[in-house]
Ligand binder design. Structure first.
Ligand code: GLP
Length: 240
């Protein structure tokens, strides 16, 4: 018989307690000492189980306070073009934004290519922290380009959705997008704004959004908290 390391067993016990609801999100889990006594394992074993479950995102540690059960991640579908406001509302939470920077900037490099405009053209730059129930979840740095885009600067982009404004005020609804997703680590800037530790895992998204006739309207680089999001796509086997 293959023997299962003891920390695997303890790990599965804790996992099952979370799954069954015996341990609830935000609840303090028993200490290493309590776990080792209760399950007859060494403190080292108990610690290893906790470390693994913390790395997985099922638990989180708070300095000097202990280890707690994490909230389930946001399952973000990657099949429909939606904006942050719509995503958060669909979850029954209150979307919000904190404006970090907004203004006109000359565009260059990848952004100029993606927006299909000449280098140096002035476009709107919008940098926002995005919140759900006041908790920061993502940072979004968007470059927006369309004829008359400077009028966006007069809009309230803290209380309103960018996609909503583009559609209702400018008659330019976002219709499709190309998106790339990559793993990354939080820089000092990300960490400060997202209220996470430097070096925490994050998901980097790059999106080019198009309005009618595949006209690029936005090039956005976003940083999503890795402890909060799980992306989901549906795959269909190509017909032969
Ligand atoms: C998403 C995209 C961004 C886009 C934003 C618009 O989160 N990653 O590229 O700018 O939604 O959200 P809203 O309409 O809430 O301003």
């Amino acid at each position: 018989m293959v023997s299962i390391p003891r920390y695997h067993q303890l790990r599965e016990i804790i996992r099952e307690s979370v799954r069954s609801g015996d341990l609830k999100p935000g609840e303090l889990i028993p200490s290493e000492r309590e776990l080792s006594e209760r399950y007859g394992v060494s403190r080292m074993t108990a610690r290893q189980s906790i470390v693994e479950l913390t790395n997985e995102g099922l638990l989180y540690r708070r300095q000097g306070k202990g280890t707690f059960v994490a909230w389930p991640k946001i399952a973000q579908q990657l099949t429909a073009l939606t904006g942050f406001t719509e995503d958060i509302r669909a979850r029954g939470q209150r979307p919000g934004a904190r404006l970090i920077e907004m203004g006109m900037v000359p565009v260059d490099g990848v952004a100029a290519l993606r927006l299909q405009v000449p280098t140096g053209q002035r476009v709107v730059r919008l940098y926002r922290a995005r919140l759900a129930d006041d908790e920061p979840l993502a940072l979004e740095r968007s470059l927006i380009s369309f004829f008359g885009c400077e009028k966006l600067l007069e809009a309230d982009l803290v209380g309103t959705s960018l996609y909503g404004l583009l559609e209702t005020r400018f008659g330019l609804p976002p219709i499709e997008a190309d998106q790339e997703l990559e793993a990354g680590l939080a820089t000092e800037e990300h960490a400060g704004l997202l209220e996470i530790a430097i070096g925490s895992p994050v998901l980097l998204l790059r999106r080019t959004t198009y309005t009618a006739r595949r006209q690029p309207i936005e090039y956005a680089e976003s940083v999503y908290r890795g402890d909060k999001y799980a992306f989901h796509t549906r795959l269909l086997r190509p017909s032969t």
